[in-house]
Design a protein around this ligand. Sequence first.
Ligand code: OVM
Length: 397
Amino acid sequence: MQLSPAAACDFDPFSTEFLSDPYPFHEALREAGPVVRLDRYGIWATARHEQVVAVLSDYESYCSSAGVGLSDFRKEKPWRPPSIILEADPPLHARTHRVLMRALSPAALRDLRPVFELEAERLVDTLLQRREVDGVADIGRAYPLKVFPDAIGVRSDGRENLLPYGNMVFNAFGPPNELFRDAMSRAQEVIGWITAACERDALAANGLGRSVYAAHDAGELAYDEARLLIRSLLSAGLDTTVHGISNALFCFASFPDQWDVLRADPSIARTAFDEAMRLESPVQTFFRTTTRDVDLGGTLIGAGEKVLTFLAAANRDPRRWSDPERFDVHRRTGGHVGFGHGIHRCVGEMLSKLEGEILLAALARRVRAIELNGEPAPHLNNTLRGFESLPLVLEAA
Ligand code: OVM
């Protein structure tokens, strides 16, 4: 079979220029071919939906155990003990995945709905007294920072360490650039707090975290494995939803007609949130590592190579989506890869959607209009896309 050489490209997907406005770069990468070679890092990349799904579907050819960032764990020492779910392959992955899927299952989340609704109403009360708010500090951070640690049962002192830790984790999937070094500046104390917060006795008796230790009691996991799975919840569960909610607000402020559609029928809030996760995906990229020679979209890639999947670019691929740049709360969002795809698809998806749905519905019932009130400032991160601030005016209904 004739395999074509992939286009080479000198973009740095972890540069300030790229991260500040990734979408023109995504388009160029998609159009360059199904697979491109990123010379700067000596890696392969794909920005098309078909190939991103192909990579994420084939966990045997494209493994996670060599790390899902730029660093190859077979050659470099990981900055922290690897995650036993994200940075693991079957059979270890199957065992740990089962435990977290159960801890975050619809049945486990059922009792959270009234609590999340109460907190959403309370937040909207205070927001409407203000009118001018910051969509990040006052909504995107405020809401998850209240409901998520409570749901897991995280100790209440020191919760200010949670976002800095997530920022470290997601920067660490990129190169050791300035973003990474800045995020690591307080690493010692942050990691110290996180490590202590993962212990069984640090968790509230009625939180979701304790169910991970129940799996340890049942003989499914070692104690240290339970600790590492709590660490996964604290790593992946907060910055993602903070940016998810903030980015959803940005979508509505940018497409005011869609706010009117949601207000007319707040019951579509869950799909609307999912559409925002397609269009402004908080997790932009993940890597895999080839375990054998593979043919990806007609390009031969050897074994042991890093492949960067542009999830956010796949979510705007015109080969897959009609009018991909349009925010459409009635769009059929199934098939977007903002939560990943395949065996590593987000285990916290239901929890994040519960937060997004409830908060958007509460706002839709009581806010007539969401308008930008100044220039949003990006929060740059090697993996995450989001804002540092999002000045908004909320008009009461
Ligand atoms: C983990 C982890 C960390 C970051 C992200 C993630 C998106 C998982 O520690 O398991 O999933």
